[in-house]
Design a protein around this ligand. Sequence first.
Ligand code: GRF
Length: 223
Amino acid sequence: MQPSHSPTALKRVTVLISGRGSNLIALYEHRKGYEITCVISNNRDAKGVSWARNLEIPCRILERSEYQSLKAFKSALLEAVIESDPQIVCLAGLMVVLQPEFVNRFKGQLINIHPSLLPKFPGLDTHERVLAAREVEHGASVHFVSEGIDTGAIIAQVAVPVCCDSDTAETLAARVLDCEHRLYPWVVSKLSSGEISLGADSRVAISEDARAQAKLAGFRLNC
Ligand code: GRF
């Protein structure tokens, strides 16, 4: 029997978004070893959806209001992702907490980007909370997704300084977002080449080459 995906072909990536889609654009613009074969959104008005449609990237919209229950909506979301036949699933600003069934189905293939140096500041409003806590550094993390909110093995992070006296949540968010746009495509390309993977022990495995590249790029690896 033929394998469904050739090992040398570009990896198929499905990206899930709810809004602006700047990480989706960065993933597209810096794609290496992968292609974005589907965008799925729970918000038909998401800017990222119009952007993807302009590029004729297949889009699926599933809004909560179209389903009788949250459970039915989340099951449909999982079905849509399965139908898109991805090898990697990227959460990029998706404002939906995924079911354990989803997380388990795509274990080792499902990653998220979060605007903080996890495990610090999971959840929303990270920039405001970082300023309120007078942290001296902040940043972004890409991690494999587990069942909690912004939990799972951390793959790589990028840190930025916080100027507590002059930063606002907006200036800080912009500084972090710039870094997100470098970090996320890099991680996805390394996942695509197999240089980064999730081991059976739930630890992140990273090749020596990728480690050296991360060091040059200023990314932190937590393993
Ligand atoms: C980013 O800050 C990302 O880290 C977080 O949600 C935001 C999405 O922004 N998970 P965008 O839609 O990619 O512009």
